[in-house]
Design a protein around this ligand. Structure first.
Ligand code: NDP
Length: 448
Protein backbone atom coordinates (compact mmCIF):
# COMPACT_ATOMS: atom_id res chain seq x y z
CA UNK A 1 0.00 0.00 0.00
CA UNK A 2 1.31 3.44 -0.94
CA UNK A 3 1.58 6.13 1.74
CA UNK A 4 0.31 8.66 -0.79
CA UNK A 5 -3.07 9.37 -2.41
CA UNK A 6 -1.53 8.87 -5.86
CA UNK A 7 1.80 7.70 -7.26
CA UNK A 8 1.94 10.57 -9.73
CA UNK A 9 0.21 13.94 -9.72
CA UNK A 10 0.60 15.87 -12.95
CA UNK A 11 -0.09 19.61 -13.13
CA UNK A 12 -1.15 20.50 -16.66
CA UNK A 13 -2.88 18.28 -19.23
CA UNK A 14 -1.01 19.50 -22.31
CA UNK A 15 1.17 17.50 -24.67
CA UNK A 16 3.86 16.59 -22.12
CA UNK A 17 1.50 16.06 -19.17
CA UNK A 18 -0.94 13.84 -21.05
CA UNK A 19 1.82 11.65 -22.47
CA UNK A 20 3.49 11.29 -19.07
CA UNK A 21 0.14 10.47 -17.38
CA UNK A 22 -0.81 7.86 -19.93
CA UNK A 23 2.57 6.10 -19.97
CA UNK A 24 2.96 6.20 -16.17
CA UNK A 25 -0.53 4.70 -15.81
CA UNK A 26 0.35 2.01 -18.36
CA UNK A 27 3.37 1.18 -16.18
CA UNK A 28 0.93 0.59 -13.32
CA UNK A 29 1.02 3.94 -11.51
CA UNK A 30 -2.05 5.53 -9.94
CA UNK A 31 -2.20 8.91 -11.67
CA UNK A 32 -4.18 12.14 -11.30
CA UNK A 33 -3.82 15.19 -13.53
CA UNK A 34 -5.05 18.69 -12.73
CA UNK A 35 -6.01 21.01 -15.57
CA UNK A 36 -7.51 24.42 -14.89
CA UNK A 37 -8.52 25.09 -18.50
CA UNK A 38 -8.95 22.44 -21.18
CA UNK A 39 -7.39 19.02 -21.76
CA UNK A 40 -4.97 19.16 -24.69
CA UNK A 41 -2.94 22.24 -23.75
CA UNK A 42 -1.54 24.88 -26.07
CA UNK A 43 -0.91 22.55 -29.02
CA UNK A 44 -4.45 21.21 -29.29
CA UNK A 45 -6.53 24.05 -27.89
CA UNK A 46 -4.82 27.29 -28.98
CA UNK A 47 -1.69 26.44 -30.92
CA UNK A 48 -0.36 23.99 -33.50
CA UNK A 49 -3.63 22.26 -34.38
CA UNK A 50 -6.09 25.16 -34.83
CA UNK A 51 -3.27 27.21 -36.40
CA UNK A 52 -2.57 24.55 -39.02
CA UNK A 53 -6.27 24.33 -39.84
CA UNK A 54 -6.40 28.11 -40.36
CA UNK A 55 -3.36 27.78 -42.64
CA UNK A 56 -5.24 25.23 -44.75
CA UNK A 57 -8.26 27.53 -44.81
CA UNK A 58 -6.20 30.56 -45.82
CA UNK A 59 -4.38 28.68 -48.58
CA UNK A 60 -7.61 28.38 -50.58
CA UNK A 61 -7.34 32.10 -51.39
CA UNK A 62 -4.41 31.41 -53.72
CA UNK A 63 -5.52 27.91 -54.69
CA UNK A 64 -8.86 29.20 -55.98
CA UNK A 65 -7.10 31.84 -58.07
CA UNK A 66 -4.55 29.36 -59.39
CA UNK A 67 -7.30 26.88 -60.27
CA UNK A 68 -8.36 29.14 -63.15
CA UNK A 69 -4.96 28.70 -64.78
CA UNK A 70 -5.54 24.95 -64.50
CA UNK A 71 -8.81 25.17 -66.43
CA UNK A 72 -11.37 25.48 -63.65
CA UNK A 73 -14.19 27.98 -63.99
CA UNK A 74 -14.05 29.42 -60.50
CA UNK A 75 -16.61 32.15 -59.90
CA UNK A 76 -15.64 35.00 -57.56
CA UNK A 77 -15.73 33.38 -54.15
CA UNK A 78 -16.56 34.97 -50.84
CA UNK A 79 -15.00 33.98 -47.55
CA UNK A 80 -16.73 33.70 -44.18
CA UNK A 81 -14.43 33.89 -41.19
CA UNK A 82 -17.10 32.65 -38.79
CA UNK A 83 -17.54 29.40 -40.76
CA UNK A 84 -13.82 28.66 -40.74
CA UNK A 85 -13.48 29.73 -37.10
CA UNK A 86 -16.40 27.61 -35.89
CA UNK A 87 -15.36 24.53 -37.86
CA UNK A 88 -11.83 24.82 -36.49
CA UNK A 89 -13.12 25.25 -32.93
CA UNK A 90 -15.38 22.24 -33.48
CA UNK A 91 -12.38 20.14 -34.45
CA UNK A 92 -10.58 21.35 -31.33
CA UNK A 93 -13.55 20.14 -29.24
CA UNK A 94 -13.41 16.75 -30.95
CA UNK A 95 -9.69 16.37 -30.28
CA UNK A 96 -10.09 17.43 -26.66
CA UNK A 97 -12.65 14.63 -26.34
CA UNK A 98 -10.14 12.12 -27.72
CA UNK A 99 -7.50 13.27 -25.25
CA UNK A 100 -9.98 12.88 -22.38
CA UNK A 101 -10.90 9.39 -23.61
CA UNK A 102 -7.24 8.40 -23.64
CA UNK A 103 -6.83 9.51 -20.04
CA UNK A 104 -10.09 7.81 -19.00
CA UNK A 105 -9.16 4.56 -20.68
CA UNK A 106 -5.86 4.55 -18.75
CA UNK A 107 -7.77 5.26 -15.50
CA UNK A 108 -6.08 8.62 -15.03
CA UNK A 109 -8.22 10.87 -12.82
CA UNK A 110 -8.68 14.29 -14.46
CA UNK A 111 -9.25 17.07 -11.92
CA UNK A 112 -10.59 20.21 -13.64
CA UNK A 113 -9.05 22.63 -11.16
CA UNK A 114 -5.92 24.64 -10.58
CA UNK A 115 -3.41 22.83 -8.38
CA UNK A 116 -0.54 24.39 -6.48
CA UNK A 117 2.43 22.74 -4.84
CA UNK A 118 2.29 23.02 -1.04
CA UNK A 119 5.14 20.65 -0.24
CA UNK A 120 7.48 18.13 -1.87
CA UNK A 121 4.67 15.55 -1.86
CA UNK A 122 1.61 17.75 -1.35
CA UNK A 123 -0.78 19.66 -3.60
CA UNK A 124 -3.68 21.93 -2.84
CA UNK A 125 -6.52 22.31 -5.31
CA UNK A 126 -8.45 25.53 -5.94
CA UNK A 127 -11.38 24.00 -4.04
CA UNK A 128 -9.18 23.70 -0.95
CA UNK A 129 -8.81 19.91 -1.10
CA UNK A 130 -5.30 18.62 -0.49
CA UNK A 131 -3.73 15.53 -2.01
CA UNK A 132 -0.46 13.74 -1.53
CA UNK A 133 1.66 12.23 -4.28
CA UNK A 134 4.84 10.17 -4.37
CA UNK A 135 5.94 12.15 -7.39
CA UNK A 136 4.75 15.45 -8.87
CA UNK A 137 5.23 16.37 -12.52
CA UNK A 138 4.93 20.03 -13.52
CA UNK A 139 3.86 20.34 -17.15
CA UNK A 140 2.20 23.75 -17.17
CA UNK A 141 3.69 24.97 -20.44
CA UNK A 142 4.33 28.60 -21.30
CA UNK A 143 2.23 31.72 -21.61
CA UNK A 144 2.41 34.64 -24.08
CA UNK A 145 4.68 37.43 -22.93
CA UNK A 146 3.69 41.05 -23.58
CA UNK A 147 6.18 43.90 -23.93
CA UNK A 148 6.02 46.62 -21.31
CA UNK A 149 4.30 49.37 -23.31
CA UNK A 150 1.46 51.72 -22.39
CA UNK A 151 -1.81 50.38 -23.77
CA UNK A 152 -0.57 46.80 -24.27
CA UNK A 153 -3.82 45.58 -22.70
CA UNK A 154 -5.65 46.56 -25.91
CA UNK A 155 -3.83 43.84 -27.80
CA UNK A 156 -4.57 40.14 -28.09
CA UNK A 157 -2.25 37.14 -28.23
CA UNK A 158 -2.37 33.77 -29.96
CA UNK A 159 -4.65 32.67 -27.09
CA UNK A 160 -7.49 34.88 -28.32
CA UNK A 161 -6.87 35.04 -32.06
CA UNK A 162 -8.81 31.85 -32.79
CA UNK A 163 -11.97 33.40 -31.33
CA UNK A 164 -12.14 36.74 -33.19
CA UNK A 165 -15.70 37.89 -34.00
CA UNK A 166 -14.65 38.91 -37.48
CA UNK A 167 -11.68 38.85 -39.78
CA UNK A 168 -9.74 42.09 -39.10
CA UNK A 169 -9.45 44.66 -41.86
CA UNK A 170 -6.15 46.02 -40.58
CA UNK A 171 -3.98 44.02 -38.25
CA UNK A 172 -0.69 44.81 -36.56
CA UNK A 173 1.35 41.84 -35.38
CA UNK A 174 4.19 42.56 -32.98
CA UNK A 175 7.19 40.21 -33.14
CA UNK A 176 9.19 38.55 -35.88
CA UNK A 177 9.16 34.92 -34.78
CA UNK A 178 7.09 31.82 -35.44
CA UNK A 179 3.69 33.11 -34.43
CA UNK A 180 4.07 36.51 -36.10
CA UNK A 181 5.03 35.05 -39.47
CA UNK A 182 2.46 32.27 -39.39
CA UNK A 183 -0.45 34.56 -38.56
CA UNK A 184 0.74 37.26 -40.97
CA UNK A 185 0.45 34.64 -43.71
CA UNK A 186 -2.97 33.46 -42.55
CA UNK A 187 -4.62 36.86 -42.23
CA UNK A 188 -2.99 38.30 -45.33
CA UNK A 189 -4.48 35.45 -47.36
CA UNK A 190 -7.87 36.03 -45.76
CA UNK A 191 -7.82 39.63 -46.99
CA UNK A 192 -6.51 41.52 -43.95
CA UNK A 193 -4.02 44.35 -44.38
CA UNK A 194 -1.18 43.05 -42.18
CA UNK A 195 1.77 44.93 -40.71
CA UNK A 196 4.52 43.11 -38.81
CA UNK A 197 6.24 45.34 -36.27
CA UNK A 198 9.55 43.96 -35.03
CA UNK A 199 12.01 45.34 -32.49
CA UNK A 200 15.08 44.26 -34.45
CA UNK A 201 15.93 43.96 -38.12
CA UNK A 202 15.88 40.17 -37.99
CA UNK A 203 13.01 37.76 -38.52
CA UNK A 204 13.03 34.20 -37.23
CA UNK A 205 16.33 34.30 -35.42
CA UNK A 206 17.85 30.80 -35.45
CA UNK A 207 16.84 29.88 -38.99
CA UNK A 208 19.25 30.01 -41.93
CA UNK A 209 19.72 33.53 -43.24
CA UNK A 210 19.06 32.78 -46.92
CA UNK A 211 15.77 31.11 -46.11
CA UNK A 212 14.69 33.94 -43.80
CA UNK A 213 15.57 36.50 -46.47
CA UNK A 214 13.52 34.61 -49.02
CA UNK A 215 10.49 34.61 -46.71
CA UNK A 216 10.82 38.34 -46.18
CA UNK A 217 11.12 38.99 -49.90
CA UNK A 218 8.09 36.82 -50.75
CA UNK A 219 6.01 38.26 -47.89
CA UNK A 220 6.74 41.82 -49.02
CA UNK A 221 5.92 40.96 -52.63
CA UNK A 222 2.60 39.54 -51.51
CA UNK A 223 1.79 42.79 -49.71
CA UNK A 224 2.60 42.19 -46.03
CA UNK A 225 4.09 45.35 -44.51
CA UNK A 226 7.10 45.34 -42.22
CA UNK A 227 8.40 47.84 -39.69
CA UNK A 228 11.84 46.87 -38.43
CA UNK A 229 13.82 48.25 -35.48
CA UNK A 230 10.53 49.64 -34.24
CA UNK A 231 10.14 51.21 -30.82
CA UNK A 232 6.71 51.69 -29.31
CA UNK A 233 5.61 54.88 -27.66
CA UNK A 234 2.08 53.83 -26.69
CA UNK A 235 -1.06 52.18 -27.92
CA UNK A 236 -4.27 54.21 -27.95
CA UNK A 237 -7.74 52.79 -28.29
CA UNK A 238 -10.33 54.93 -30.09
CA UNK A 239 -14.02 55.10 -29.25
CA UNK A 240 -14.95 53.07 -32.34
CA UNK A 241 -12.70 50.21 -31.12
CA UNK A 242 -9.88 50.89 -33.60
CA UNK A 243 -6.35 51.52 -32.36
CA UNK A 244 -3.49 53.85 -33.04
CA UNK A 245 -0.05 52.39 -32.49
CA UNK A 246 2.31 55.28 -31.78
CA UNK A 247 5.97 54.67 -32.47
CA UNK A 248 9.04 56.51 -31.17
CA UNK A 249 10.57 56.14 -34.61
CA UNK A 250 8.18 56.26 -37.53
CA UNK A 251 4.60 57.12 -38.38
CA UNK A 252 1.73 55.87 -36.23
CA UNK A 253 -0.13 52.79 -37.50
CA UNK A 254 -3.92 52.50 -37.42
CA UNK A 255 -5.45 49.06 -36.99
CA UNK A 256 -8.47 47.27 -35.64
CA UNK A 257 -6.63 44.25 -34.23
CA UNK A 258 -3.27 44.27 -32.50
CA UNK A 259 -1.67 40.94 -31.76
CA UNK A 260 1.44 40.36 -29.67
CA UNK A 261 3.64 37.45 -30.71
CA UNK A 262 6.64 38.37 -28.63
CA UNK A 263 7.63 35.03 -27.17
CA UNK A 264 6.27 32.78 -24.44
CA UNK A 265 7.33 32.71 -20.80
CA UNK A 266 7.41 29.48 -18.72
CA UNK A 267 4.18 29.23 -16.77
CA UNK A 268 5.49 29.02 -13.20
CA UNK A 269 3.87 32.04 -11.52
CA UNK A 270 1.79 31.20 -8.46
CA UNK A 271 2.47 27.44 -8.65
CA UNK A 272 3.91 27.33 -5.13
CA UNK A 273 7.16 25.77 -6.31
CA UNK A 274 9.07 27.63 -3.59
CA UNK A 275 7.21 25.48 -1.02
CA UNK A 276 9.16 22.48 -2.24
CA UNK A 277 12.47 24.19 -2.98
CA UNK A 278 12.12 23.87 -6.79
CA UNK A 279 14.75 26.13 -8.36
CA UNK A 280 13.95 28.39 -11.32
CA UNK A 281 16.33 30.07 -13.74
CA UNK A 282 16.46 33.81 -14.43
CA UNK A 283 13.62 33.50 -16.99
CA UNK A 284 11.33 31.73 -14.53
CA UNK A 285 11.86 28.31 -16.13
CA UNK A 286 12.12 25.22 -13.94
CA UNK A 287 15.67 23.91 -13.85
CA UNK A 288 15.86 20.17 -14.49
CA UNK A 289 18.56 17.55 -14.98
CA UNK A 290 18.83 15.22 -17.99
CA UNK A 291 16.12 13.02 -16.46
CA UNK A 292 13.71 15.96 -16.01
CA UNK A 293 14.21 16.03 -12.23
CA UNK A 294 14.07 19.42 -10.48
CA UNK A 295 16.09 20.47 -7.45
CA UNK A 296 13.43 18.68 -5.35
CA UNK A 297 13.86 14.85 -5.36
CA UNK A 298 10.13 14.13 -5.80
CA UNK A 299 9.28 16.82 -8.37
CA UNK A 300 9.91 16.62 -12.12
CA UNK A 301 9.10 18.99 -14.98
CA UNK A 302 8.74 18.59 -18.76
CA UNK A 303 7.85 20.72 -21.76
CA UNK A 304 7.77 24.50 -22.24
CA UNK A 305 7.84 25.17 -18.49
CA UNK A 306 11.49 24.06 -18.58
CA UNK A 307 12.23 26.34 -21.57
CA UNK A 308 14.56 23.89 -23.29
CA UNK A 309 13.01 23.53 -26.75
CA UNK A 310 9.48 24.99 -26.99
CA UNK A 311 8.09 22.40 -29.39
CA UNK A 312 5.24 19.91 -28.88
CA UNK A 313 7.06 16.75 -30.06
CA UNK A 314 9.90 17.55 -27.64
CA UNK A 315 7.50 17.94 -24.69
CA UNK A 316 5.91 14.61 -25.64
CA UNK A 317 9.29 12.88 -25.69
CA UNK A 318 10.25 14.41 -22.35
CA UNK A 319 6.95 13.28 -20.79
CA UNK A 320 7.43 9.76 -22.14
CA UNK A 321 11.06 9.56 -20.99
CA UNK A 322 10.07 10.78 -17.52
CA UNK A 323 7.36 8.11 -17.18
CA UNK A 324 9.66 5.32 -18.41
CA UNK A 325 12.43 6.49 -16.07
CA UNK A 326 10.37 6.84 -12.89
CA UNK A 327 7.67 4.19 -13.38
CA UNK A 328 8.98 1.87 -16.09
CA UNK A 329 12.36 0.97 -14.61
CA UNK A 330 13.91 2.24 -17.83
CA UNK A 331 15.94 5.43 -17.28
CA UNK A 332 15.82 7.44 -20.50
CA UNK A 333 16.93 10.89 -21.59
CA UNK A 334 15.83 12.84 -24.66
CA UNK A 335 18.24 13.32 -27.54
CA UNK A 336 18.08 17.01 -28.50
CA UNK A 337 20.33 16.69 -31.55
CA UNK A 338 19.03 17.47 -35.02
CA UNK A 339 15.46 18.43 -34.09
CA UNK A 340 13.65 19.43 -37.28
CA UNK A 341 11.37 22.45 -37.06
CA UNK A 342 9.17 24.46 -39.39
CA UNK A 343 7.43 27.78 -39.63
CA UNK A 344 4.04 27.45 -41.29
CA UNK A 345 4.37 30.80 -42.96
CA UNK A 346 3.16 31.39 -46.47
CA UNK A 347 5.09 29.70 -48.05
CA UNK A 348 6.34 27.53 -45.20
CA UNK A 349 9.98 27.06 -44.29
CA UNK A 350 11.71 24.25 -42.45
CA UNK A 351 15.16 23.34 -41.22
CA UNK A 352 17.23 20.71 -39.46
CA UNK A 353 20.80 20.75 -38.20
CA UNK A 354 23.25 23.62 -38.45
CA UNK A 355 22.64 26.82 -40.37
CA UNK A 356 25.40 27.96 -42.73
CA UNK A 357 26.63 30.52 -40.18
CA UNK A 358 26.71 27.95 -37.35
CA UNK A 359 28.52 25.41 -39.52
CA UNK A 360 31.15 27.93 -40.63
CA UNK A 361 31.78 28.83 -36.98
CA UNK A 362 31.90 25.28 -35.68
CA UNK A 363 33.42 23.33 -38.55
CA UNK A 364 35.55 25.86 -40.41
CA UNK A 365 35.39 24.35 -43.87
CA UNK A 366 31.93 23.65 -45.21
CA UNK A 367 30.44 23.09 -48.64
CA UNK A 368 27.14 24.75 -49.46
CA UNK A 369 24.78 23.45 -52.13
CA UNK A 370 21.66 25.37 -53.11
CA UNK A 371 18.76 24.98 -55.46
CA UNK A 372 16.80 28.13 -56.22
CA UNK A 373 13.87 27.12 -58.39
CA UNK A 374 10.34 27.99 -59.37
CA UNK A 375 8.06 25.06 -58.49
CA UNK A 376 6.29 23.64 -61.56
CA UNK A 377 2.89 24.48 -60.12
CA UNK A 378 3.88 28.12 -59.61
CA UNK A 379 5.09 28.35 -63.22
CA UNK A 380 1.74 27.28 -64.69
CA UNK A 381 -0.14 29.38 -62.15
CA UNK A 382 1.87 32.40 -63.25
CA UNK A 383 3.37 32.93 -59.80
CA UNK A 384 6.88 34.28 -59.61
CA UNK A 385 7.47 32.80 -56.14
CA UNK A 386 10.66 30.73 -56.01
CA UNK A 387 11.61 27.96 -53.62
CA UNK A 388 15.05 27.71 -52.05
CA UNK A 389 16.74 24.56 -50.74
CA UNK A 390 20.12 24.71 -49.04
CA UNK A 391 22.35 21.85 -47.94
CA UNK A 392 25.28 22.36 -45.57
CA UNK A 393 28.03 19.74 -45.82
CA UNK A 394 31.04 19.23 -43.54
CA UNK A 395 33.92 19.50 -46.06
CA UNK A 396 36.11 17.12 -44.05
CA UNK A 397 33.70 14.21 -43.62
CA UNK A 398 31.25 14.96 -46.46
CA UNK A 399 28.43 14.56 -43.93
CA UNK A 400 25.28 16.60 -44.43
CA UNK A 401 25.06 18.70 -41.25
CA UNK A 402 22.16 20.98 -42.17
CA UNK A 403 19.18 21.22 -44.52
CA UNK A 404 17.07 24.35 -44.87
CA UNK A 405 14.24 24.98 -47.24
CA UNK A 406 11.42 27.33 -48.09
CA UNK A 407 8.73 26.51 -50.59
CA UNK A 408 5.46 24.59 -50.92
CA UNK A 409 5.29 21.57 -48.60
CA UNK A 410 8.76 22.27 -47.17
CA UNK A 411 7.84 20.86 -43.71
CA UNK A 412 6.49 17.63 -45.26
CA UNK A 413 9.66 17.15 -47.30
CA UNK A 414 12.02 18.10 -44.51
CA UNK A 415 10.57 15.62 -42.00
CA UNK A 416 11.71 12.73 -44.21
CA UNK A 417 15.04 14.33 -45.12
CA UNK A 418 15.73 14.99 -41.41
CA UNK A 419 16.10 11.22 -40.92
CA UNK A 420 19.09 11.26 -43.26
CA UNK A 421 20.68 14.23 -41.49
CA UNK A 422 20.07 12.70 -38.06
CA UNK A 423 21.55 9.41 -39.27
CA UNK A 424 24.71 11.24 -40.36
CA UNK A 425 24.44 10.41 -44.07
CA UNK A 426 26.81 12.04 -46.54
CA UNK A 427 26.30 14.15 -49.62
CA UNK A 428 27.28 11.04 -51.61
CA UNK A 429 24.38 9.11 -50.00
CA UNK A 430 22.00 11.79 -51.22
CA UNK A 431 23.61 11.73 -54.70
CA UNK A 432 23.35 7.93 -54.84
CA UNK A 433 19.59 8.11 -54.36
CA UNK A 434 17.65 8.20 -57.63
CA UNK A 435 15.43 11.26 -58.05
CA UNK A 436 11.68 10.85 -57.72
CA UNK A 437 10.49 12.78 -60.74
CA UNK A 438 8.75 15.14 -61.06
CA UNK A 439 8.74 16.43 -57.52
CA UNK A 440 10.17 19.37 -55.62
CA UNK A 441 11.89 17.02 -53.17
CA UNK A 442 14.05 15.56 -55.96
CA UNK A 443 16.11 18.76 -55.78
CA UNK A 444 17.64 17.30 -52.61
CA UNK A 445 19.36 14.49 -54.53
CA UNK A 446 20.29 16.65 -57.52
CA UNK A 447 22.22 19.40 -55.74
CA UNK A 448 25.41 20.33 -57.62
P1 NDP B 1 9.53 33.61 -31.00
O1 NDP B 1 10.56 33.38 -29.96
O2 NDP B 1 9.53 32.76 -32.22
O3 NDP B 1 9.61 35.12 -31.48
C1 NDP B 1 9.46 36.17 -30.58
C2 NDP B 1 9.62 37.47 -31.32
O4 NDP B 1 9.24 38.53 -30.46
C3 NDP B 1 11.04 37.71 -31.76
O5 NDP B 1 11.00 38.37 -33.00
C4 NDP B 1 11.58 38.62 -30.67
O6 NDP B 1 12.57 39.48 -31.11
C5 NDP B 1 10.34 39.42 -30.34
N1 NDP B 1 10.33 39.95 -28.97
C6 NDP B 1 10.65 39.28 -27.83
N2 NDP B 1 10.48 40.07 -26.77
C7 NDP B 1 10.04 41.25 -27.23
C8 NDP B 1 9.71 42.48 -26.60
N3 NDP B 1 9.78 42.64 -25.29
N4 NDP B 1 9.30 43.50 -27.39
C9 NDP B 1 9.21 43.35 -28.72
N5 NDP B 1 9.53 42.21 -29.37
C10 NDP B 1 9.94 41.18 -28.62
O7 NDP B 1 8.16 33.54 -30.20
P2 NDP B 1 6.64 33.33 -30.67
O8 NDP B 1 5.85 34.09 -29.67
O9 NDP B 1 6.46 33.61 -32.11
O10 NDP B 1 6.44 31.78 -30.40
C11 NDP B 1 6.73 31.22 -29.12
C12 NDP B 1 7.34 29.86 -29.27
O11 NDP B 1 6.34 28.93 -29.60
C13 NDP B 1 8.38 29.75 -30.38
O12 NDP B 1 9.66 30.08 -29.95
C14 NDP B 1 8.28 28.29 -30.77
O13 NDP B 1 9.15 27.55 -29.96
C15 NDP B 1 6.85 27.94 -30.45
N6 NDP B 1 6.05 27.91 -31.70
C16 NDP B 1 6.36 26.96 -32.63
C17 NDP B 1 5.65 26.89 -33.81
C18 NDP B 1 6.04 25.87 -34.81
O14 NDP B 1 6.71 24.90 -34.47
N7 NDP B 1 5.67 26.03 -36.09
C19 NDP B 1 4.55 27.80 -34.10
C20 NDP B 1 4.33 28.78 -33.07
C21 NDP B 1 5.05 28.80 -31.91
P3 NDP B 1 14.12 39.05 -31.08
O15 NDP B 1 14.34 38.14 -32.24
O16 NDP B 1 14.81 40.37 -31.21
O17 NDP B 1 14.36 38.40 -29.75
Amino acid sequence: MSDYDVDLFVIGAGSGGVRASRVAAAHGAKVAVAEEFRVGGTCVIRGCVPKKLLIYGAHFAEDLKDARRFGWNVPDCGFEWTTLRDNVLGEVDRLEGLYKNTLDSHKVEVIPERATVTGPHELTLASGRTLTAKYILVATGAWPMLPDVEGAEHGITSNEVFHLDKCPERMVIVGGGYIANEFAGIFHQLGTHVTIVNRSGTLLRGYDESVRDRLLQISMTKGINFRFNAEFEKIEKNEDGTMCIRMKNGDPIACDTLMFATGRRPHTDGLGLENAGVALDEKGAIKVDDYNKTSCESIYAVGDVTNRVQLTPVAIREGHAFADTVFGDNPRTVDYGCIPSAVFSHPPLAGVGMTEAEARNKLGTVKIYTSDFRPMKNVLAGREERALYKMIVDATTNRVVGLHMIGPDAPEILQAAAIAVKAGLTKQDFDDTVALHPSMAEELVLLK
